[in-house]
Design a protein around this ligand. Structure first.
Ligand code: ATP
Ligand code: MG
Length: 233
């Protein structure tokens, strides 16, 4: 699903070059459940932006689903993003004046899905995340955990094979955190590739594999022991 090879991203600020990500190589198979973990400033968001086709590398290559996406123009990257990647963010990023149903329908509206199909799909997804009785609530009328479940339903609206979640539980209490992580694990079991970006090792250990980033470098790539992973199910 994901193959990055000698990937680097440097930023230039006031004539100074900041190497935010340096010579990172790894492979993530279709259907994997993994975490990218590291301290603040280690380069996680930089990597997430590259993997999410929101940015292009300074050097190295990125293949997504077999296609080289390292040097595509922004318009092409946007098409790939829309069709292949669902995003979940720490701050949910829902549209405040829209209901849960409208938020989930929005990506379908943007890709011109017919109205009846849009409504049916959004309803189905909100049921899927346990919010069938909250369809007409606006974000401010929902709890944090419920808002994140709406955001997950929205991320699934175009049925992407890859889900990228940047600190998805960062703003949640322990119960909502557990709910969201259970949901992400279920989505992985349904054969989606799920990647969580987090600074929290506790959260990272809920996945099957941890890619640890420090100072822009991949310093460790380890698997959760089977017994540990299964005991959390
Ligand atoms: N646009 C930019 N211009 C210059 N430097 C940047 C830019 N974005 C990030 N950096 C630098 O790149 C490094 C990696 O930043 P990044 O945002 O990827 O870290 P992070 O691991 O996501 O941190 P956090 O956990 O705090 O979100 C940092 O040293 C940061 O200062
Ligand atoms: Mg970050």
């Amino acid at each position: 699903m994901i193959r990055v090879s000698h990937l680097s991203r440097t930023y230039t600020l006031n004539g100074q070059t900041v190497p935010a990500l340096w010579d990172v190589s790894f492979h993530i198979a279709r259907g994997e459940y993994a975490a990218i973990v590291g301290p603040s400033g280690s380069g996680k968001s930089t990597l997430m932006h590259l993997l999410g086709c929101l940015d292009s590398p300074t050097s190295g290559s990125y293949h997504l689903g077999g296609a080289d996406v390292s040097r595509l123009p922004p318009g092409k990257l946007a098409d790939i993003r829309g069709a292949q990647i669902g995003f979940v963010f720490q701050g949910f990023q829902l549209i405040p004046r829209m209901t849960a149903l409208e938020n989930v329908m929005l990506p379908l509206l943007l890709c011109k899905t017919p109205p009846a199909e849009r409504i049916a799909r959004a309803r189905e997804l909100l049921c899927r995340v346990g919010l069938q009785d909250r369809l007409d609530h606006k974000p401010a009328q929902l709890s944090g955990g419920q808002q994140q479940r709406v955001a997950i339903a929205r991320a699934l609206s175009r049925d992407p094979p890859l889900l990228l979640a940047d600190e998805p539980t960062g703003a949640l209490d322990p119960q909502s955190t557990a709910d969201v992580l259970r949901l992400l694990r279920e989505l992985h079991r349904e054969n989606r590739t799920v990647l969580i970006i987090t600074h929290d090792m506790q959260v990272a250990r809920q996945t099957k594999r941890q890619l640890c980033i420090e100072n822009g470098r991949l310093i460790r790539d380890s698997c959760t022991q089977n017994d540990k992973f299964s005991s959390q199910m």
